[in-house]
Design a protein around this ligand. Structure first.
Ligand code: HEM
Length: 216
């Protein structure tokens, strides 16, 4: 039970970050300067009580701890499920007893982790970005998803769809772990998780697609 709670609580922090990140990204629709100004503001929150980028680093530490806790508990839960079924099923490699969703979550999680590494090198450090100028967020995003780099947009679309599926099942499972579910609420909570995941996915997708198709 403890592992599932760690999984659910760390997932909740990650989800909160995703919602704030998605909403922040939509600033691009108010114009390039609005997005750059927002990125600057993120670094001055609670100044001068905190130093420049102080709050950003608090968020980064919480995120890093949550990611590690989420992955470690996922691995331990998987090993536990495997131990519970030590005898292999006949005729195949199905020793991990678990639903289709549970397996999708594992592979989805691996894909998302790889995407995040690429994404940080792309838009945070600028290493893999064709523009890659610190705090010139709009120019970096515009260069990244230029029509000629349609394959980068496609990669982001696939990764965000993976995030959407992961959030849909993860939110639903997390709500169960944290006791929000019972027989009567099962259906409404499934609908809430799906709607939430769709809104998050569409919000994230809108930015790279708008750049590639010349809307912004
Ligand atoms: C698909 C649309 C997305 C766009 C356009 C986008 C854009 C950006 C940009 C421009 C930054 C740098 C911001 C800055 O330095 O001020 C950033 C940072 C980041 N993004 Fe995204 N992002 C997207 C999706 C995602 C997704 C799906 C995730 C997670 C699964 C994610 C996780 C992060 C993280 C962890 C950072 C680093 C924050 C930090 O510590 O500075 N992003 N993103």
């Amino acid at each position: 039970m403890l592992l599932k709670v760690v999984m659910a609580v760390s997932g909740a922090f990650l989800l909160l970050y995703l919602v704030l990140h998605m909403v922040g990204n939509l600033k691009i629709f108010l114009g390039g300067p609005a997005l750059d100004e927002y990125a600057g503001w993120l670094r001055t929150i609670l100044e001068p009580a905190l130093p420049y980028e102080g709050m950003l680093w608090v968020v980064r530490v919480v995120l890093a701890v949550s990611v590690v806790a989420h992955i470690v508990s996922a691995v331990l839960l998987t090993l536990r499920a495997r131990r519970a079924r030590p005898v292999k099923y006949v005729g195949g490699n199905h020793q991990v007893k678990g639903s289709y969703a549970a397996r999708t979550m594992r592979w989805g999680g691996v894909i998302i982790a790889l995407f995040v590494v690429y994404h940080l090198l792309d838009l945070t450090t600028g290493t893999l970005n064709p523009n890659g100028v610190h705090l010139h967020v709009y120019a970096n995003v515009a260069a990244d998803f230029a029509p000629s780099r349609w394959y980068v947009t496609l990669f982001y679309v696939l990764a965000v769809v993976a995030v959407g599926f992961h959030v849909r099942h993860g939110l639903w499972s997390g709500l169960q772990t944290l006791g929000a579910s019972n027989n009567r609420r099962e259906r409404p909570l499934k609908i809430v998780s799906t709607v939430f995941a769709v809104v998050l996915t569409v919000g994230f997708l809108s930015v790279p697609l708008a750049v590639t198709f010349g809307v912004v």
